[in-house]
Every structure is written in C-alpha cells, then in structure tokens.
Design a protein around this ligand. Structure first.
Ligand SMILES: C[S@@+](CC[C@H](N)C(=O)[O-])C[C@H]1O[C@@H](n2cnc3c(N)ncnc32)[C@H](O)[C@@H]1O
Length: 218
C-alpha cells in the first residue's frame, strides 16, 4: 500500500518522519521505526500502570500520543510530555493526526521540547507517575545517548521525583533482565508486566517494568 508523508523534518537528533499507509500512521525517528498505530495495547498498558486514577504524570516520549491520550481518558489531572523531536510537537499543535490534535488542545497537557534525561536530572519532585517510552526498549535504542535513561543514576533520580507510592514505568520491546536487576537494586517493589500483542498474524510479548516509590523514604 502506498504511503503518504504527513511530515518530514531534519533535527540535530536525526530525521523525523510521520506518514500514513491506509488507516495506519507510522513514526520513524533517526532512521529507526519508532512505532505505528496498528496495535496500541502496550502504549495503553503503560498509561494504565500509572495508577488509578493517574493524577499528575510525567511522560518521556510523545510518539503518536497513545499513552498520553489514555492518561487523559482515565482522568489524569496533569500530563507533562517531554519530547526530543521538536517537529513532532509542532505537528501535534498543527493537528496532523486527530489524536495529536486532541492531546495538544487539552489544557491538562504540557508539551515540552527536550530530553527526558535532562528533565529527570533537573526536575523537582512532584509526580504521581513517570512513564518512560523513548526507545523500542533498552536493547533497541532510537538514540545512542538514551542508554543513560536505563542506567542506575537516572533511574534513581526518577524515583526521587515521585510522590510516595508513585510509579515509575518503563516500556520495553522485550523482557530486559539487566534493567530489572538495576531496578531491584533501587527498590523492593518491582513488577515485570508482560503485554501480549498480535501484529500481522505474529505474536509478540512486550514488557513493562513498574517500580513503586516507597511510601516512607528511608
Ligand atoms: C515509541 S515513541 C513513544 C510512544 C508513545 N508512548 C505513544 O503512546 O505514542 C518514542 C518517542 O520518544 C521520543 N524520544 C526519543 N528519545 C527521547 C529523549 N531522550 N527524550 C524525550 N523524547 C525522546 C521519540 O522522538 C519518539 O517520539
């Protein structure tokens, strides 16, 4: 099926392309297939792991906006989305897809151009959940410098930004034992959540790692 380019732009972090193939929207970042709209089960599961209701949430990676839209549907009071690709935020504001338009118009959403690593390093504590989905997972990075996102110092920093009982949740394209070991060094309450997804007749199992911040800090 022929694809239509909805947006294409060069950035200092590589090219960003938003395209449509029939009903399907695809996002390619820095030459890496980041995602499409075929099955958003895992992006929704990421939002669902933020708590019930989700309340104040920091999201790393706008993508096609499935996680953010789900947070809004589930009653989040505030969603700050940090996205490295500036054109993607501009395209959201221009309404290039219905979902991105809707997110951008919602007063509970703050769309910020930036690196989630910088946000975690410099932000102040105040979140009920932090959701990280900036790659295809720690073993399939969109940008090499995102390695730091899965390393202990930044994960510790993310946990320190959470309110007591808050959740840090990380999307992975497959189980990531190394990441789980790192997280278990930082917290006792770590859950590995498997998300089965079916795509074009093939079965996949994505993984989410959910860490709960201690109610009482030691
Ligand atoms: C897989 S998509 C996110 C999917 C999103 N959860 C959804 O529901 O559509 C990854 C996004 O993270 C962005 N990204 C990559 N590295 C980043 C970083 N270091 N900081 C912020 N955003 C980043 C990419 O540009 C891309 O938009």
């Amino acid at each position: 099926m022929e694809s239509i380019t909805l947006g294409r732009a060069e950035t200092e972090h590589g090219e960003v392309v938003l395209r449509q193939r029939g009903e399907i929207i695809e996002l390619v970042v820095n030459g890496v297939f980041a995602m499409d709209s075929v099955d958003a089960t895992s992006e929704h599961a990421l939002a669902d792991a933020a708590g019930d209701p989700p309340r104040r949430v920091l999201v790393g990676g706008l993508g096609l906006g499935f996680t953010t839209a789900r947070l809004l549907d589930r009653g989040a009071t505030k969603v700050r989305v940090v996205e490295l690709a500036e054109p993607l935020i501009a395209w959201a504001q221009a309404g290039l897809t219905d979902q991105l338009r809707r997110i951008s118009a919602d007063p509970r959403v703050e769309l910020v151009v930036g690196d989630i690593a910088d946000e975690l390093s410099t932000g102040s504590p105040r979140w009920d959940a932090i959701l990280l989905d900036v790659d295809n997972g720690p073993s399939f990075l969109i940008h090499d410098h995102n390695q730091q996102v899965y390393a202990e110092p930044l994960l510790a920093r993310a946990l320190a930004l959470l309110n007591p009982g808050g959740a840090l949740v990380i999307w992975c394209e497959t189980a990531s034992p190394d990441l789980e070991v790192t997280l278990r060094r930082l917290a006792t309450d770590v859950a590995a959540i498997r998300v089965p997804v079916s795509r074009e007749g093939r079965e996949f199992e994505y993984a989410l790692y959910r860490v709960t911040a201690p109610i009482q800090r030691g």
